[in-house]
Design a protein around this ligand. Sequence first.
Ligand SMILES: NC(=O)CCC(=O)C(=O)O
Length: 303
Amino acid sequence: MSSSGPAPVLKKPIKISCIQLASGADKDANLKHAAEKVAEAAQSGSKLVVLPECFNSPYGTNYFPNYAETLLPSPPTKEQSPSFHALSAMAAENGIYLVGGSIPELEPETKKYYNTSLTFGPDGKLLATHRKTHLFDIDIPGKITFKESEVLSAGNKVTLVDLPEYGKIGIAICYDVRFPELATIAARRGAFALIYPGAFNLTTGNLHWRLLAQGRAVDNQIYVAFCSPARDMSASYNAWGHSLIVNPMAKILVEADENETTVQAELVGEDIAEARKNIPLNTQRRFDVYPDVSQREISFDRL
Ligand SMILES: NC(=O)CCC(=O)C(=O)O
């Protein structure tokens, strides 16, 4: 930190769009539909566009193997990963940063499946890959039992992406949001926003979706965006919808209902700076009281 205060984590305002896409079983149709919606979002001025978790397929353990694409070695061919090439083209044709929701991935050497998010820059180049780090394994008797780990393996990293003109974003997928550590580390490493493609369900959505978005925002004094698929009551998994964008004071700036739509907001660096100046958590931490938080992360806090 310099005497004039910390460097801004968001260098200039950026408009973000979360596309609450209605997807079905036809992957080609899903990719085409996503491309139309991404173009619309870009035309309305968004430079950062987000798609939902499993945007090109139905969501469910029985679907992952059939829809899985091979991403390694990178870049894959069009046959190995049509979604990689479609997302890259959407980013390049519209000159935007695109957090491409997630897709099921098959790692060819290990034969393991992952739930993987690809982020592309305005030149269409791949900037980052995040494999869902915490698998969605829950059992709420009589309500919902889901076990991603029956098919998927977990990723193992915090994903931070630099958008050079703007700053850094942290990316994680859905259930990852329940683990505040990923968010805290991304924020300490200088992210201005945490982006979560996600597909909550009808049992936990109403209770936890907003709460988690606001929790990650208020803890870290950072923007948070959740991007869900639209709800499809004819599908085997019914997504909560309600894509939303929360500001660094944990105010919900915009929230969708369950239908297909796009939510947008302007993210402004001054709002992060003001929240952090008015409630100066970053200079008040007591790492002497909680030494189990690693020294390595303390040093990021001081950047
Ligand atoms: N796709 C997911 O990870 C769903 C997470 C979820 O619904 C939850 O309650 O957590």
